[in-house]
Write a protein that binds this ligand. Structure first.
Ligand SMILES: [Zn+2]
Ligand SMILES: [Zn+2]
Length: 219
């Protein structure tokens, strides 16, 4: 069981309710304080914001407005599809790349399994087509056969949206902490960025803040 934050403190709830991000200090990292964090897109229940610990530039997150533990009920809804298409277009406009879309979702407020933060969020990580295929191959090699959405309703899970409306799910296993982040960051030779906490250390914070600054809120 990895419990990173107490139930009383959730950085995403703070972002949404107080319009501020505070994290740390962690060993060898300063306290991070971002006033007025960027919200690049929003729908009634969801928002899009840059990851403060990006693996690559324009790594974005979709977050639920309410403190929910997973996105399971949102997949294939008009609201989620609208957001997803907006993010895909935005990333393409900025980078000419397409995102790999993944979630490490939960079902419980005590056990996060591989999730890096309990509050429901989806990662959008820009990459070219060949890289995406390579990473999907690595993931398929590490995980067993994917299961249906119904099979992960009551468990922590890993999700990849490989193409269009095709969502692949796996029950989460305890030894896969930040698994997708690890596979992706290893591929980009940025393995220290697999852990978002490590992206905020004194050695990495400058790069993290620079990449965060590249994401603009377009009118
Ligand atoms: Zn929260
Ligand atoms: Zn995450």
């Amino acid at each position: 069981m990895r419990k990173i934050f107490s139930d009383k403190f959730c950085p995403f709830c703070e972002l949404i309710n107080k319009n501020i991000i505070t994290l740390g200090p962690y060993p060898s990292s300063p306290t991070i304080k971002i006033q007025k964090p960027k919200i690049v897109f929003q729908t009634p229940n969801l928002i899009v914001t840059p990851d403060i610990a990006p693996i690559v530039p324009f790594h974005l997150l979709a977050i639920t407005r309410m403190h929910e533990v997973s996105f399971l009920s949102y997949f294939n809804t008009p609201e989620f599809n609208l957001l997803k298409n907006w993010v895909i277009d935005y990333i393409y406009k900025k980078t000419t790349l397409h995102p790999l879309i993944f979630e490490h979702g939960g079902c419980s407020s005590i056990d996060y399994s591989s999730a890096c933060i309990q509050h429901a969020h989806i990662h959008f990580v820009p990459m070219n087509h060949e890289t995406k295929i390579e990473i999907l191959k690595k993931i398929a090699h590490e995980l067993n056969v994917s299961v249906g959405k119904e099979n992960v309703k009551n468990s922590n899970y890993l999700m990849i949206n490989a193409i269009e409306d095709n969502y692949l799910f796996w029950p989460d296993q305890k030894n896969l902490h930040q698994f997708f982040r690890f596979i992706i960051s290893e591929h980009f030779h940025e393995v220290q960025r697999h852990s978002w906490q490590k992206c905020l250390t004194n050695e990495q914070i400058e790069k993290s803040m620079y990449w965060y600054s590249l994401v603009t809120v377009d009118q």
